[in-house]
Structure formats: structure tokens, C-alpha cells
Design a protein around this ligand. Sequence first.
Ligand SMILES: Nc1ncnc2c1ncn2[C@@H]1O[C@H](COP(=O)(O)OP(=O)(O)OP(=O)(O)O)[C@@H](O)[C@H]1O
Ligand SMILES: [Mg+2]
Length: 241
Amino acid sequence: MEPVIKAEEVSKHFGSFVALNAVSFSVAPGEVYGLLGPNGAGKTTLVKILNGIMKPTAGKAYVLGKDVATGKNREKVGYMPQETALYLDNTVHENLLLFGEIYGLDKGTILKREKELLDFINLSKWKNSMVANLSGGMRHRLSLACALMHEPEILFLDEPTVGVDPELRVSFWEYFYKLRKKGTTILLTTHYMDEAERCTMVGLMRNGKLIAEGKPDKLRTEIGVNTLEEVFLHYARGMEK
Ligand SMILES: Nc1ncnc2c1ncn2[C@@H]1O[C@H](COP(=O)(O)OP(=O)(O)OP(=O)(O)O)[C@@H](O)[C@H]1O
Ligand SMILES: [Mg+2]
């Protein structure tokens, strides 16, 4: 099957600092691909490049077969950034409306999606509240809803469950799997190992490199360890040799 996300030797330099070092990987349709790695590993930088928000210093990236530097996939791609991109002085409703309009949805569809998504993120009661008055976790939930407004084929979620309470975290994952069943491909970043275990594929990043990749259980059994944390340590130590 043709990959729907593909990076070829993608590098990103900030001055003399190498944030990404020739990263190549691909994601098949319907995967829930998790990028793991310590703070500063380059996860967000890679996700931004795949979204066409940041230009790579070298290498190419493709989403749905289009070079992200030139092609436009806006209506097929959803992106939840690590730092939420909400309008704080506007209400929850106004934010959802705006995202729906950006993605070219008609008013009827926007209102239908708004209702479904507010139910899902449990914010219906807050519909007319200013975003500035929401808690951090609530803003995070709204940010996810904004990325889902147009039912994208590809979803990029940069730490989607940070600050989200445990109960809702479970329902987020149920929802991700529901989306996957419908054919959505998800690329997410996470620091939670229990979430990494739920991914169909994981990529381990460190110092701007993809140091290992595979299905969680395969990665564990290959090395003969019980947790993905141990897998990570195994490869991280290998890098230092
Ligand atoms: N605009 C920028 N200018 C300079 N350095 C940057 C810039 N953006 C990112 N970096 C650096 O690139 C490295 C990778 O950052 P990135 O945000 O991709 O890491 P991350 O893996 O997402 O980390 P986290 O888990 O903390 O979110 C970091 O050392 C960061 O300081
Ligand atoms: Mg990040």
C-alpha cells in the first residue's frame, strides 16, 4: 500500500544546531503512528514540516502523495499543534465556527459537527464561554475538536492528551480508534508509554534522529524486554557506543 505520509532524509538546522538529522519514514493508510522521544528530540519540528508550516533545510516530505512544500492538502489534513492555536478572546463556538470556515465547510455542516464534537469533548455547556476562561485541559480538548471539524483523512496530533484528565484520555483513545476504523490515518506524538502501546506503529526519536521503528510488541520481543521504555533505553545506549 502506498504510504500517505512520507519523509525522505528530512533535516532541519537552526543556525548550527541540528534539530532533525536526515529522518526518513513512512506511514501506511489507517495506521496510528506514535512518535516518541525526550524533550527536544525533534518531534514537533518533524510534525511542523509534514504540515508544511516549517521548511526543511534538506530532504522532502509528502502527504497523500503531494510534496508538502508545494502541494495543498488543507481540506484533507487536520493538525492539532502542541501549543494550541485558539483565539482566547473568542468563545468556544466562535473558534469552532472559524476553523469550520477555514476548512471550507458550509454553515449547516459546521453546526452539526460542532454539536457532535462538543458532546465528545464534553464542553457543550461551555459553548458560549470565552476560551480565556477555560482551564488548560479544556482548551486542549477544544483544540482537538478544531482539528477534527472537517473530518480529515490525515490527523497530526502533537501531544493530544497532555493535561487531559484520565477519564477523558481513555475516551480520546476510543475516538482515535473509531476514526481509524473509518480510514483516518493518525500521526501523534506522546510522552505516555501506555499511549505508545496503543499505537499500531511507533517511531523512537532522539537528538533529531529516528533511532528505531516498529510495532510496539515486535520492538519489545526483538530485544526481549517488557516495556517500550526499555526498548528506548536499548537504542539510546546503542547510539552512544
Ligand atoms: N524555531 C526554532 N529556533 C531554534 N531552535 C528551535 C526552534 N524550534 C525548535 N528548536 C529546537 O529544536 C529542537 C527540537 O525541538 P522540538 O520542539 O522539535 O522537540 P520535541 O521533540 O517536540 O520536544 P518536546 O517533547 O519538548 O515537545 C529543540 O532543541 C529546540 O530547542
Ligand atoms: Mg514537541
